[in-house]
Design a protein around this ligand. Sequence first.
Ligand SMILES: [Zn+2]
Length: 204
Amino acid sequence: MEKVVILDAGHGGINPITKQYVTPGKRSPIWKDGTQYFEGVGNREIVQLAARILKGKGVNVFFTVDPSDYRDISLSERVRTANKIFKSNPDAFLISIHSNAASDPTAHGSEIWTWPGQSKSDVFATVFMQEFVKLHPLTKVRADYSDGDIDKESKFTINSVNCPSFLIESMFHTNEVECKILMSQSGKEAIANSIVNTVIRIVS
Ligand SMILES: [Zn+2]
């Protein structure tokens, strides 16, 4: 198997000229200490950390949007980019990185989403959750075992790609405790490392 993965950092980043976060919503409340988490910015940092380690391990890493690019690339363009990469890299699979949000500030935990039906995506998603809980032993896995595996299934556009894919909702940025983890360097590194460990297990 060729060592290749496509990483998808959800949403946009900070426009370096206007200094504004370009994606509406997709952010935490402003916490009492004045801090705020911008999901798209965090997703990019996590992707950047994972990509650096994976490249060091000889994995060919592609992006649907370069993590240094602040633009909020549309889902249809991300899917087109991934399909193009998959065409010339038939072993490629895609991991989309997000954190979750809810109007209930106590909502917490982590979810993983695949396209409906059973495929390689479900197998890969299960590997991810195993690696994730190793590094986040206290996290609540918001699982759906109704179809015999751990992941939830929905027709999220990014998971319509031709290659195997899964989408991670790593904790809730609307939950203060989890948001502080997302904002910390060690929290981002732990998510990045669970991505790295998953990719290495799949391509080895
Ligand atoms: Zn998101």
